[in-house]
Design a protein around this ligand. Structure first.
Ligand code: GLN
Length: 431
């Protein structure tokens, strides 16, 4: 089937899901694409905050409703070199601010694995496109869980690399010290292939790491053997999971891992309770500063004139706490708290290969349910934000279902231990 027909089929089926904002019918994304490569034959979707030359890149906001990317993001350039077929640009929470996929200017996305529920966010459309079988894999971005949270809710695999392993060039920031581009896919192997294609040093991103070639051979080095692998489980997790069904599944996952030869070790993350405020204070300040360029002169509309409630909240709070006279009160404290969390994770990871735990504390709510208190939405992020605050790698594998709704096991590793995380993900997938 040629690419145009493939796109047409997805477009038809997506009427029920709303996973895409743009379908590349005119094959604009074939520009610069190689004929043959490691991703030949794979259909890929790209989140609407990652630039694809010639396609609309809206961040699901009215602010950028007419913004056409003038170039390819590095991750996209590498997808094209790998010969992937880009189907289109996916729906998301506006400017990646959210955990449900409901804040998009283009309307909410359905969860194909649990119709009537949110797919999670902010990479809602990327996760839904994979879960619905529209594409083989997708690019998402993760600032505080936006790849892992929807992967968990949609019953698929999602992976956030160590900060700096994938270039952020061509990504529209939410918070640049936390953002990473990463893969979503049906299985660990496909996610690993996609990661391997997009990872690597990039001179155009100052935070990109230049590592040994061997480091990036994720697919070749994928080893699912769990025998004698030491896996930490933090004692604080159980008290923070609010859904009993999720707790049960996570403990069954621990049993499966130890049944496959892994050794489960008790560890502690004493500052997990302050992870959410720490994360949001960091995000507000960075997001506020990043959005100052949307003043209506160069890009689209002035953001404050047209954005949704959550984006506006972050801009206003970011502006407030960025004022010089408050800097000691909020932002400095948030940076200190970030160091504490980083230290906790590094201590917990000292005697073990990886940590495992829940991805989300609760199941996805029903689409359309009104949530007035932002803290109820932010509560989804408790287990995912710590990996971004510490810059460590973290991935999610489907672990089971609670009343028909999927939930995923999260695996976290120390900085640059991406291979160890992927190996345990592959091992658990085979359990
Ligand atoms: N839910 C978090 C937020 O709203 C994470 C978003 C993300 O990772 N892009 O900020």
């Amino acid at each position: 089937m040629d690419a145009v027909t493939q796109v047409g089929k997805v477009e038809e089926a997506d009427r029920k899901v709303n996973a895409f904002i743009v379908y590349d019918r005119d094959r604009v994304s074939d520009k610069g694409r190689r004929e043959e490569g490691p991703l030949s034959g794979l259909k890929v979707a790209v989140k609407s905050n990652i630039c694809v030359d010639g396609l609309l890149c809206t961040c699901a906001s009215k602010t950028l409703e007419n913004y056409i990317s003038p170039y390819d993001a590095t991750a996209v350039e590498r997808l094209k070199k790998g010969s992937a077929t880009i189907i289109g640009m996916t729906n998301m929470d506006e400017y990646a601010c959210g955990s449900s996929g409901e804040t998009s200017f283009y309307g909410p996305t359905q969860n194909p694995a649990a119709m009537g529920h949110i797919p999670g966010g902010s990479s809602s459309g990327s996760a839904a496109a994979v879960a619905a079988g529209f594409v083989d894999c997708a690019l998402g971005t993760d600032t505080g869980g936006s790849i892992r949270n929807p992967a968990s809710h949609c019953g698929i695999v999602g992976y956030k690399p160590t900060y700096g392993v994938v270039s952020r060039y061509g990504l529209i920031d939410l918070a640049m010290s936390l953002d990473q581009v990463g893969p979503l896919a049906k299985d660990v192997k496909t996610a690993t292939r996609l990661l391997e294609t997009i990872a690597g040093h990039d001179v155009r991103d100052e935070t990109s790491l230049a590592l040994d070639k061997e480091f990036y051979k994720f697919a070749e080095n994928l080893n699912p053997d769990l025998n004698k692998v030491k896996i930490g489980y933090a004692k604080e997790f159980d008290g923070l999971i609010s859904d009993e069904g999720i707790k049960k599944i996570i403990h069954q996952a621990l049993d499966k891992l130890s049944g496959a030869g892994a050794e489960i070790v008790d560890v502690s993350l004493p500052n997990l309770g302050i992870a959410i405020p720490t994360y949001y204070l960091n995000v507000y300040v960075e997001f506020f500063s990043g959005t100052r360029k949307y003043d209506g002169r160069r890009y689209g509309h002035k953001i404050e004139d047209v954005c949704g409630e959550e984006v506006l909240r972050r801009i206003l709070l970011g502006s407030y706490i960025s004022q010089k006279e408050y800097s000691g009160k909020f932002y400095k404290k948030a940076l200190q708290a970030r160091s504490l969390i980083r230290r906790d994770l590094s201590n917990a990871l000292k005697g073990v290969n990886v940590l495992v735990g829940p991805t989300v504390p609760k199941l996805p709510h029903k689409l359309g349910m009104k949530i007035d208190d932002p803290r109820v939405m932010y509560a989804y992020d408790i287990f995912t934000v710590v990996a971004n605050l510490a810059g460590i790698p973290a991935g999610v594998v489907p672990a089971g279902k609670v009343g028909g709704i999927p939930t995923g096991l999260q695996v976290m590793g120390d900085v640059l231990c991406d291979q160890k995380v992927l190996n345990v993900m592959a091992g658990f997938e085979g359990c």
